[in-house]
Design a protein around this ligand. Structure first.
Ligand code: 5GP
Ligand code: MN
Length: 327
């Protein structure tokens, strides 16, 4: 059931021969980046290794309830010396937002299409529904027992990165691993409650404001959501509170894709996109210099918001109709 990639053995050998590890993942971490890093951290510590986890940004508040998350170091650069850097969930080393990782022996573990192969060892598996699935295989290969902490973080990674078991990336392997996680003592009800049912009121109000302003394209298949700093202030929420909001329009039967514009500064916008089934929204993100997966992707764009929306909508329509997405 586990992957038999030759890179796994290379990584096992590299870990066995080293002592001090720094772990990192992408800025604005999500459940898969946090879960993958901490599952790996607990596994390495079980082998007697020294481990520091360093991220550019703090974990989303609901994830603070999970073991080890409050101890993650938040820093823009690496301080100290390490024998290896294990970077998970990053298609490019720049996505860590942490400077200095490239000084060390880099082990790159990722499932994003288009990974640039920036490591000394590169293990890339686009078939993994979450990077956490790959970490599971590695924990096995290292001969480490699936402790409750490790199993919890792997389950967290899978639950969140599959959009609560919604995306087409799911395979039998996904459920086999979840089965093992539950055997190791993971309580899926408790995990779901911590991830999805521990928000603040500002977040709910912000969801209300953003969804009230939602637009639907002429074909009735694409939802366009928008947020700027003023809307967030008025609703009493923050940008961090929008985590998960993008999935809500997809609950409408006719909606095939969602595009969420978040004003960064002036005319710069962060764009998140989601799609159903076979619609390759990752190809759309790539057209605009971003990336991601078939059903979840993003990019950063600059310009007048009306023109940007029109441009993105055209590409998304092409993706829905199964036409090649190109300019
Ligand atoms: P989100 O919409 O949650 O920010 O991102 C969804 C997925 O797309 C994640 O897997 C994330 O790694 C990827 N993604 C989002 N924005 C970018 C981007 O600007 N560049 C790349 N390469 N991937 C992105
Ligand atoms: Mn992921």
């Amino acid at each position: 059931m586990t992957s038999s990639a030759p890179e796994i053995q290379q990584i096992v050998d590299a870990i066995r021969g080293r002592q001090r590890f720094v772990l990192s993942s992408h800025f604005r971490p999500d459940g898969d980046s946090i879960g993958s890093q901490l599952a790996m951290a607990y596994a390495l510590r079980a082998l007697g290794k020294d481990v520091v986890v360093v991220n550019a940004d703090a974990a989303p508040p609901p994830l603070m309830a999970f073991p080890g998350v409050p101890d993650i170091r938040i820093a823009p650069a690496i301080d100290g010396d390490f024998d290896a850097a294990i970077i998970m969930e990053c298609g490019d080393i720049g996505r860590t937002g942490v400077a200095g990782l490239d000084r060390f022996f880099v082990i790159n573990i990722d499932h994003h299409p288009g990974n640039t192969g920036y490591g000394r060892i590169n293990w890339f598996d686009a078939g993994a529904a979450a990077c956490g699935e790959m970490v599971f295989d590695l924990v096995r290969a290292l001969g480490v027992k699936l402790s409750l902490e490790i199993a919890t973080h792997i389950y967290l990674a899978i639950l969140t990165d599959t959009g609560s078991f919604h995306y087409s990336s799911i395979s039998t392997r996904t459920f086999d691993i979840c089965h093992e996680a539950l055997d190791a003592g993971v309580d899926p009800v408790l995990v779901a409650r911590n991830v999805y049912d521990s928000n603040n009121m500002g977040r709910l109000k912000l969801f209300g404001a953003v969804l009230s302003a939602m637009q639907i394209d002429g074909t009735g298949r694409i939802a366009i959501v928008y947020l700027d700093h003023e809307m967030a202030r008025e609703a009493g929420g923050t940008y961090e509170d929008t985590e998960g909001l993008i999935n809500l329009p997809l609950t409408v039967k006719e909606i095939q894709a969602v595009v969420f514009f978040k004003q960064a500064e002036g005319e710069e916008y962060r764009v998140s996109m989601r799609s159903k089934g076979n619609i390759d929204i990752g190809a759309v993100a790539k057209e605009f210099g971003g990336g991601g997966h078939k059903n979840a992707a993003g990019c950063t764009v600059n310009g007048a918001i009306d023109a940007l929306q029109k441009l993105l909508l055209e590409k998304i329509e092409q993706a829905i109709d199964g036409r090649p997405v190109s300019r």
